[in-house]
Design a protein around this ligand. Structure first.
Ligand SMILES: *Cc1c(COP(=O)(O)O)cnc(C)c1O
Length: 219
């Protein structure tokens, strides 16, 4: 099936409160253009350089989401345009994003990445670390970032039960922090779910799914 058919089918199947991030990493600009033609305006990339090259070539009403691990020294390359950074996993990174956002007179939206999978390799914070960050005086002083939610990735497994438990864990953390509000912090977005597990994620309370291969084909 074509990119446009895949995209529209998935989009039409999502509940209204769930936002679709079309994950276009490794795919050529022409593939993104096809998705754009049928109305897709939110794209997710996991490498800053690749995202910037695509941003330069494509229409400026696209919202670019950085979904990969972010190295502090590369934030400056996307600070001018990035719409939402999903994988924020340290106060140090927030400080750098704040610094680079300030140079462009912007407020950059961020999600805190929470570690929910059983695998050792996934990045992210635990609940205590999330709380430590958002309650710190340093965090409160950051005027050019806004934490708008949480992001997580489930284990790579065939067990729906494991995946479901991990998503429920993240939803519980989300519900726990949600009442906490600051000028630069308001938990509205729960980013969880990819091609293989987005339906489970939505059942567990996801408000934003990141779908790549089911739209653009395998990588
Ligand atoms: C690649 C990626 C996705 C999309 O994965 P698919 O299985 O292709 O849908 C979602 N989230 C993150 C963080 C990714 O790196």
């Amino acid at each position: 099936m074509s990119i446009q058919t895949n995209l529209l089918e998935i989009k039409n199947s999502l509940p209204k409160h769930v936002t679709l991030v079309a994950v276009s990493k490794t795919k050529p600009v022409s593939d993104l253009q096809q998705a754009y033609e049928v109305g897709q305006r939110i794209f997710g990339e996991n490498k800053i350089q690749e995202m910037t090259e695509k941003w330069e070539q494509l229409p400026k009403d696209i919202q670019w989401h950085m979904i990969g691990h972010v190295q502090t020294n590369k934030v400056k390359y996307m600070a001018e345009y990035v719409h939402l950074i999903h994988g924020v996993d340290s106060l140090k990174l927030l400080i750098e994003i704040n610094k680079q956002a300030k140079k462009h007179n912007r407020i950059i939206q961020c999600l805190l990445q929470v570690y929910i999978a059983q695998e050792e390799t996934k990045f992210g914070l635990n609940e205590a670390e999330v709380l430590e960050i958002i309650h710190s005086e340093t965090f409160k002083s950051l005027e050019n970032i806004k934490v708008v939610g949480l992001m997580g990735m489930a284990s790579f497994t065939n067990s729906e039960e494991i995946i479901q438990n991990e998503f429920i864990t993240l939803k519980n953390i989300f519900d726990y922090v949600k009442p906490y509000q600051l000028t630069n912090c308001s938990f509205e977005i729960l980013s969880m779910g990819m091609s293989g597990d987005y339906k489970i994620a939505i059942d567990c309370g996801s408000t934003m799914v990141r779908i790549g291969s089911s739209i653009f084909g395998s990588r």
